[in-house]
Ligand binder design. Structure first.
Ligand code: AHR
Length: 872
């Protein structure tokens, strides 16, 4: 490496300090926000239904989640292939599900589920005994297998066949073990309701049920006495009262005797929410109750679509005793018992005082070509009409009577029906229109929701449905970090139509749902509140995640068998909902000093790397914006580079080599100088692996970096991408160029950085670009709560310093001196709540003294604030 002369480096360091210093005087003055609220200028009323929840069977949200059943794979149906699907062995040797039958006119190659849905079509034949194992103790001999012989009932086609030979020792036996959903939470003093079915066959002997700790200690046990041979299924029930505690315990059935028997439908419940049989896990239900949601959307999500018509969830199979529910393989790659079924959902809505929003199957599956013929849609529509009748029809109607039979003659609070979920084709608009017409004819007050795609509007579907025929559209918004900060006026600019907007799935993604993401969500909610004439409903997604099976990166509430926690966004939603004003007030907010418009946004640490590829690099040159050489490295050593522990790096004959073809990304960062506005060029060669090269810039380390990706996504294209962007900036990638990186060929790669722009070149030709922007860092909205006679001000401060907010209550006739200040904060924007530290970020309340027509309050660094100011 030919580093610059020491005096040159010193000069650069001084220049860098000068840039930093340009911020200094402003920072020292402190940050001051001016918030003006006009009590005489009312804006849109805030929708009373704005804050709702969406619950989907994903990441074991239902089974192994809110549904309190403790036994996994209780009826041994886990490996029943979803109807309408077939198994195909792929070139990589793995089994995949494909549609068994394609609609007429669809070519056979389309049977393979297209991207990205194919990811959810994997199949593991080893699942059939999921959750179950066998222990032979004291010389006993036992064997188990799944059988379809002598089914217990039509819903449970499979059961477990167990062959038992007696132990030689008095204490032995064949012990059938269920691990629960990654452990069974056994708590001393708690009573567990057990139910299981045996068909004794030739078996003669004893059976004992036990709860065990993970060390084998018996925490509860019950002997059922002698079982005699017989051909009919028999039900066994008892209550197991635990004498000891183990949050990761297990359940066992010990057989001491001889013969072959069948076991089915083993069910164990702890005390449930409101003590309902077949009920819900108390701690998880409590999170939802405490949010006081206006509505609950259920059961999906992609889950409602079904991989095939036949495997789409069917509510009619869920409104019967749990043993009679067949359950179904779900889109998220596991089977659901449907224990938390349609009836239980409606009952839960009633319990927590929420309105029900049922998402019905639309006749369109996740496979975009697999649509029920529109001319024959009436049969599918009838399924939805019947679902409505079940919920609100009179108790003497066909489905109302079924509801009464389930113990609920009174109607349930079903107010909304959504037709399908995220169907991209324009044709979906026609399907929606047919559903809506039929529903409105019978239930004119029912709100019928049109679903959009992953994000933004599906204008083609809206056009096909016709604006006048839409009640409300469900727009989904999974957004990158900082999106709301750069788009505060998104709904202000939204063209008003005859319909309203429901943000049915939203979440900002950063970390696993960290504080920075929760601050973004707070701004998003402010955007919705102040546009409540348009946005009348919203629900975060996904709601739940069992940490042992994570189908989605960012979730609101996480849990294992015994513990749970809510991410910070949960508390933001809770506090915002608890402080939802009746009407918006005209509000403006500004912050001084404003950021230096000349400060560079792209400058920072430079680095090299690769993804699943071995590479070589040489002849690195760095120039400033005037073309003056700043650094020249011919790779004599690695002294000036940092390896944050990823990749195998060495230098040889003036060439830098990275030999690790593992997943990566391998990363080598230059210690100094930083890359500023200017240009960097070097030569790069791919020598093994499956992609091309990476150049990092403005990188914080492996956890956050923008980068030039040559040969991205399996060597298909080149583009500037990012894995997290510098704090306070938005970053937008521009063009990308198709084509891969050849093996064993030296390419010239370069990166040109401007103050807020980056360009990526390959052999002198631009292949991609990107732009960065400062993001505003202070937001506020306000409204009036007539009942509480208070102005409610919501304000988010992203700065790492506190902001002195000068609040002007224009037009206030009277202002009370003492208000309330609820604050949620974390000085570390990347901090998160977790199972081990569940209350790291939670709301705190403090008095707000000195309120007046004009007063000031300090808003802490990185904080979301709700101020309640008594005023009239
Ligand atoms: O919330 C997770 C998934 O995201 C939902 O199933 C789907 O509707 C969306 O794409």
């Amino acid at each position: 490496m030919r580093l610059m002369h020491r005096s040159e480096v010193a000069l650069l360091v001084l220049m860098h300090m000068a840039v930093l210093a340009s911020f200094a005087p402003a920072q020292e003055q402190g940050l001051v926000a001016t918030v003006r609220i006009n009590l005489r200028e009312e804006k849109a009323p805030v929708s009373p239904t704005l804050y709702g929840i969406f619950i989907e069977e994903i990441s074991h949200a239902f089974d192994g989640g809110i549904y309190a059943e403790l036994i996994q794979n209780r009826s041994f149906e886990e490996s029943v292939l979803p109807p309408g699907m077939k198994l195909v062995k792929k070139d990589d040797g793995n089994l995949k599900m494909e549609l068994a039958k394609l609609p007429p006119g669809v070519p056979p190659e389309k049977g393979n589920m297209p991207w990205p849905w194919f990811m959810n079509c994997g199949w593991d034949p080893g699942r059939e005994l999921l959750g179950w194992s066998l222990r032979n103790e004291g010389g006993a001999q036992g064997q188990m297998k799944i059988t379809e012989a002598n089914p217990m009932n039509n819903a449970s086609a499979r059961s477990l066949e167990l062959t038992v030979a007696p132990p030689q020792e008095a204490k032995g036996g064949v012990v059938l073990v269920n691990s629960g959903y990654w452990g069974i939470n056994v708590q001393a003093g708690t009573a567990y309701e057990l139910k299981f079915f045996l068909r004794p066959g030739t078996y003669q002997g004893e059976v004992t049920a036990m709860l065990e700790g993970k060390d084998g200690k018996v925490l509860a046990s019950h002997e059922f006495g002698a079982v005699r041979p017989g051909e009919s299924w028999q039900k066994y029930t008892t209550t197991l009262k635990a004498a000891g505690t183990d949050p990761a315990g297990r359940f066992t059935l010990c057989f001491r005797g001889q013969g072959t028997l069948q076991v089915d439908w083993v069910s164990l419940f702890p005390p449930t929410y409101k003590n309902r049989p077949n009920g819900l896990r108390r701690d998880l239900a409590a999170y939802l109750e405490e949010l006081k949601p206006a509505f609950v959307r259920y059961p999906g999500g992609c889950y409602v679509e079904g991989l095939s018509f036949e495997s789409a969830p069917d509510w009619r199979k869920m409104v019967c005793p749990p043993e009679e529910r067949p359950g179904m393989w779900g889109y998220w790659q596991y089977r659901s018992t449907d224990g938390f079924g349609y009836h239980e959902f409606l009952e839960f809505c009633e319990d927590i005082g929420a309105e029900a929003l049922y998402v019905s199957f639309a006749g369109m599956t996740v496979h975009p070509e697999n649509n029920w013929p529109i001319e024959d849609l009436d049969t599918v529509i009838l399924r939805t009409l019947d679902a409505i009748e079940y919920a609100i029809g009179p108790a003497d109607s066909k489905w109302g009577a079924a509801r009464a039979k389930m113990g609920h003659p009174k109607p349930f609070p079903l107010k909304y029906v959504e037709i399908g979920n995220e169907h991209p084709p324009a044709l979906y608009g026609d399907y929606y229109a047919k559903f809506r017409k039929a529903i409105k004819a019978k239930y004119p007050d029912m709100t019928v929701i049109l679903s959009m795609f992953w994000s933004g509007l599906n204008q083609a579907a809206i056009d096909r449905a016709g604006d006048q025929n839409i009640d409300i559209i469900d727009e989904h918004a999974y957004r990158g970090s900082g999106w709301a900060r750069g788009n505060f006026d998104y709904f202000d600019k939204y063209k008003r139509k005859p319909w309203k907007v429901y943000l049915g799935e939203y979440a900002h993604h950063h970390g696993g749902g960290d504080w920075s993401a929760a601050m973004d969500d707070s701004v998003f909610l402010m955007m919705m509140e102040r546009n409540s004439d348009l946005v009348t409903m919203a629900s975060y997604a996904p709601l739940f995640c069992n940490v042992n099976k994570r189908d989605w990166g960012v979730n609101l509430i996480e849990f294992d068998a015994s513990r749970s926690f809510a991410h910070a966004s949960y508390y933001v939603q809770k506090v915002f909902n608890e402080n939802r004003p009746g009407v918006n007030l005209a509000t403006s907010a500004s912050l001084r000093p404003e950021p230096d418009p000349n400060a560079p946004l792209m400058a920072g640490k430079f680095g090299l790397g690769s993804w699943s590829t071995a590479n070589e690099f040489k002849d690195l040159r760095m120039y400033d914006e005037k073309g003056v050489l700043v650094l020249s490295d011919d790779f004599a050593s690695l002294d000036h580079w940092d390896t944050p522990g990823v990749g195998q790096w060495q230098v040889k004959d003036g060439v830098l080599q990275q030999t690790d073809k593992g997943k990566g990304p391998a990363m080598l960062l230059l210690k100094a100088p930083l890359l500023k506005t200017g240009r960097v060029t070097l030569k790069a060669r791919r020598v093994g692996g499956s992609e091309g090269f990476l150049m990092f810039f403005n990188a914080a380390g492996p956890e956050r970096f923008p980068f030039c990706n040559y040969g991205a996504a399996g060597n298909k294209f080149s583009a500037i991408q990012d894995r997290g962007v510098p704090e306070g900036c938005s970053f937008r990638g521009g063009m990308s160029t198709q084509g891969g990186i050849e093996m064993d060929r030296w390419y010239e790669i370069s990166l040109v950085l401007g103050r807020d722009k980056a360009e990526m070149l390959l052999d002198g030709k631009k292949v991609s670009d990107a732009k960065a922007e400062y993001l505003p860092a202070f937001f506020a909205t306000a409204g009036y709560d007539a009942k509480g006679r208070a102005v409610v001000l919501k304000a988010t401060n992203y700065h790492a310093k506190s902001v002195r907010a000068e609040i002007h209550l224009d037009g206030a006739a009277k202002v009370g001196a003492a208000g309330r200040h609820i604050v949620i904060r974390s000085e570390d924007p990347y901090a998160e709540n977790s199972l081990d530290n569940p209350r790291r970020i939670v709301p705190e309340e403090q008095p707000l003294p000195g309120c007046a027509r004009m007063f000031s309050v300090t808003l802490p660094p990185c904080s979301v604030n709700v101020l309640r100011i008594p005023a009239e």
